[in-house]
Design a protein around this ligand. Structure first.
Ligand SMILES: C[S@@+](CC[C@H](N)C(=O)[O-])C[C@H]1O[C@@H](n2cnc3c(N)ncnc32)[C@H](O)[C@@H]1O
Length: 269
């Protein structure tokens, strides 16, 4: 759907097919609201923030400036984690850790697609967590997601000191190098900086996650991460520092860019 159509269908709470008739009958108030929406869009605000919603794997989510807008590439990450992780622990609970949950898209999709999954969702942003909790409640999966407001490194370090283990660790961490942030398109610059800034080379969170993930994964566990453009070689080098990770595999996105990396702790699982 074109952006104007998206805004109008949202404003009029109708389907695209109804627009031809309904758009001709806009009340003066609706016309004013539509003008306001278009003005916000012209300022570079993403259309998803303006209409306040998006779709992630067929799941309707509320989105606003508190969190990153979930991207289609992240659906590939979740689909791979679901298809590779679903078979684990079928006779019990599958413990999933989502690092940097944002709007809650990954945690909610994992909960909805794996009925025996219990999710721990961590984010340093209190605002994002409020949004994620609301989305989880709307989707009826809040009872299976534990939300934790903490820095992911602090959380991983503390958890590695406990004996608790996760069967899947999944994350779409911030991965844009700091100095590239200013050059991003206006739409993206409207999204929270905390959701984008991956440190000086964009790799800060991969170093942190790989440093601790093997200590909190179960022996049959799966690590699944989204990665940024051109980061594959650097991430392979970080993996090479940790012989604990086996079967490090990369997967491409819809435009044939390496976008996902998955690893396990054992050759046999
Ligand atoms: C790229 S966004 C991903 C959001 C969401 N999971 C998605 O796929 O759309 C990264 C998320 O990590 C969070 N984050 C940034 N730094 C963090 C940190 N040090 N510890 C935990 N979460 C962090 C951000 O607030 C943001 O929600």
């Amino acid at each position: 759907m074109k952006e104007n159509e998206l805004m109008l269908t949202s404003l009029l709470d109708c389907e695209r097919i109804d627009l031809a008739v309904k758009a001709r009958e806009l009340t003066p108030e609706q016309e004013r609201q539509f003008r306001q929406m278009k003005a916000r869009r012209a300022q570079g605000e993403p259309v998803q923030y303006i209409i306040g919603k998006t779709d992630f794997m067929g799941i309707a989510l509320v989105v606003d400036r508190r969190a990153l807008i979930p991207r289609p590439e992240t659906e590939i990450l979740v689909e791979l984690a679901v298809s590779n992780g679903k078979a684990l622990r079928q006779d019990g609970k599958l413990n999933v850790l989502d690092l940097g949950t944002g709007s809650g898209n990954i945690a909610i999709a994992m909960a909805e697609n794996i009925s025996h999954a219990q999710i721990t969702a961590v984010d340093v942003s209190a605002e994002a967590l409020t949004l994620a909790k609301m989305n989880a409640k709307t989707r009826g999966v809040h009872g299976r997601i534990r939300f934790i407001g903490e820095d992911m490194s602090v959380y991983l370090k503390a958890t590695s000191a406990e004996a608790r283990k996760f069967n899947i660790i999944i994350s779409n961490p911030p991965y844009i190098p700091t100095e590239e942030l200013a050059r991003l398109p206006a739409d993206v610059r409207n999204e929270p900086r905390t959701a984008l800034d991956g440190g000086h080379d964009g790799l800060h969170f991969y170093r942190e996650i790989l440093k601790y993930a093997y200590t909190v994964l179960s022996p049959d566990g799966l690590l699944a991460l989204e990665i940024g453009d051109g980061q594959r070689n650097s991430i392979e080098k970080i993996f090479a520092q940790y012989p604990q990770y086996q079967r490090v595999e990369f997967f491409k996105d819809y435009v044939q860019t390496d976008r996902i990396v998955m690893a396990r702790l054992s050759e046999t699982f």
